[in-house]
Structures are given as C-alpha cells and as structure tokens.
Design a protein. Structure first.
Length: 196
C-alpha cells in the first residue's frame, strides 16, 4: 500500500520521501518511482507535513513512539488495519482503535488521521476514482489529508472523529473477508453513492 500511495503521489506532482529501516530498499524504491522521490533516514524527522504511516500494524505504535518529537506538528496518516493473523477479528479492544493508540503515542502537537485502510493498494490505478474514508479529530488536518486524497484522483469522505477509526478498521476487516469469501479476490473497492 505504501508503494501504491507513493506512486500516485509522485504522479500527482508531490514531493515524496520514503523512509524505512532498510535504507537500501527505500533508496531503490525511490529511484524506481522517479519524479524526484528521495529516501530519508530512519529515525530522523520526515521532511513533509503529511506522514503516511505505511508499516504493519504491530510496528505502528513503536515506530511513532520511537520517532517522538521528530513527529511534532506533523499530520500522521494511519493506513493500518489491526487484524488478527487469520482475519477473524480486530486486535484492538472494543472502544478503541489502532489510530487512537497511535495518537496516544504521538507528540501532542501531531494530528492522527485514519485513511486509506479500506482501499486495496493494487486497485489504486490512474483513472479509477475510489472512495477513501477519512476520520480524525482535527479539522485542518482532515482538510489537508482530504486535499491530498483529491490530488491523487480519489474521493475523500469524512467519516467523523478519530473515534470512528474503530469502525473504519472494522470495515477494513470486512473488505478482507469479502475478498476471501464473497468476491473471491481483492480486485474491488467500496464506492458510495447518494440516492436523494
């Protein structure tokens, strides 16, 4: 998913910095993306205002906590889905979410926004408009993330405050279950329409 987002961001003309524990791999991916994409150093402050947290859910809180004040003032976009390995449920307790746990680990001046967790990366191809559900408590942070989503040719839909992230994560789980059972593959996306 991280690579799919980076690809769309480069195509949209954004400055993209890839950061990973494996600096060589981050450099290779940045070079392959082109468009001026660069590889940053793991542990140093990311260059951009918006930081896409494209890591496995189990690593998300430790990574954010490890970065500490290097994330001060940043908008952190949580794209994770905290699912059990067999996709039989969420790993977070009722009443909370991975996004809320990340927000607790982040500096107070950082703003966590949940987005992209209900979209499969490989269906994000140019020309296909997809709906991206967005949840967060800070209005300006959500507006910035929504503008970024629109710049990628996608449609942001405001799902409410960060407390709604639990339900977005449940929707991510539902998407995986649909892929395994109802749809038969992962080549689909949610699309919402108004019938008024």
């Amino acid at each position: 998913m991280g690579r799919a987002l980076a690809t769309r961001a480069v195509e949209a003309g954004h400055t993209v910095e890839l950061i990973g524990r494996d600096a060589a791999k981050a450099g290779e991916v940045a070079a392959a993306l082109g468009g001026g994409a660069t590889a940053g150093t793991f542990g140093t402050a990311p260059a951009g205002d918006i930081v896409i947290l494209a890591v496995p859910n189990a690593s998300a809180v430790p990574v954010v906590a490890g970065y500490g004040n290097a994330l001060a003032g940043k908008i952190i976009v949580d794209i994770t889905n905290p699912m059990k390995a067999d996709a039989s449920g969420l790993t977070t307790p009722d009443g909370t979410s991975a996004a809320q746990e990340i927000a607790t680990a982040a500096p107070a001046s950082a703003h966590v926004v949940k987005a992209f967790n209900t979209v499969f990366g490989h269906v994000m191809v140019p020309g296909r408009q997809l709906d991206v559900l967005v949840a967060g408590d800070d209005v300006r942070a959500k507006a910035s993330v929504s503008a970024f989503i629109e710049s990628l040719g996608l449609r942001p839909l405001d799902a409410g405050g960060l407390d709604m992230a639990h339900w977005l994560e449940g929707t991510g789980l539902l998407m995986v279950s649909l892929a395994r059972h109802g749809m038969g593959d992962f080549n689909f996306a949610l699309s919402l329409s108004s019938h008024s």
